[in-house]
Design a protein around this ligand. Sequence first.
Ligand SMILES: CC(C)(COP(=O)(O)OP(=O)(O)OC[C@H]1O[C@@H](n2cnc3c(N)ncnc32)[C@H](O)[C@@H]1OP(=O)(O)O)[C@@H](O)C(=O)NCCC(=O)NCCS
Length: 155
Amino acid sequence: VSPHPGARVTSTWTIRPIRDGDAAAVAALTGQLGYPVAVDELRSRVRAVAERGGAAILVAADDADRAIGWIHVAMAPLLEESATATIQGLVIDEDHRSAGVGADLVAAAERWARDNGARRLTVRTRTTRRRAHRFYERLGFGEVKRSVVYARDLE
Ligand SMILES: CC(C)(COP(=O)(O)OP(=O)(O)OC[C@H]1O[C@@H](n2cnc3c(N)ncnc32)[C@H](O)[C@@H]1OP(=O)(O)O)[C@@H](O)C(=O)NCCC(=O)NCCS
């Protein structure tokens, strides 16, 4: 896939499922998303996603086969809604943004979701991620609601 004219980067990329060799690059990207993680821990999270099933982790790899972005898409079996898939996470390397890589990963996630029976794709993004909001709206996503996220540590 080629970047759009005017993009800062001129390299091309391919979309493929994550592999064990991507762990270090994917951990670094996860840090850029705001969730720093050690490579071993990242590896075990990837394994946990794979073992549970019903999800895909795809990477965009540059000419040297280095991961420059990742997306995690999963079927979301819910009582409230049928056939919904969710983008659980998406990040593109800071040096490779605005080239179309993100749009490409979302398109691949959408194909995966359709192939797995989904008729709706959802994504949650922080209210502060204005660029991500513009990005999703350009890709045809519409804002459905705003939520408050609560959490409690379990002893
Ligand atoms: C949001 C994010 C995933 C978008 O990825 P990306 O690869 O930069 O996305 P794209 O290149 O497809 O689109 C981004 C920009 O390129 C431009 N662009 C992309 N494809 C284009 C095309 N074919 N023609 C013209 N312009 C294009 C768009 O104008 C867009 O500009 P903007 O984001 O400044 O409004 C990326 O910015 C990111 O990783 N952000 C930090 C993490 C984050 O917010 N993740 C989402 C949380 S759920």
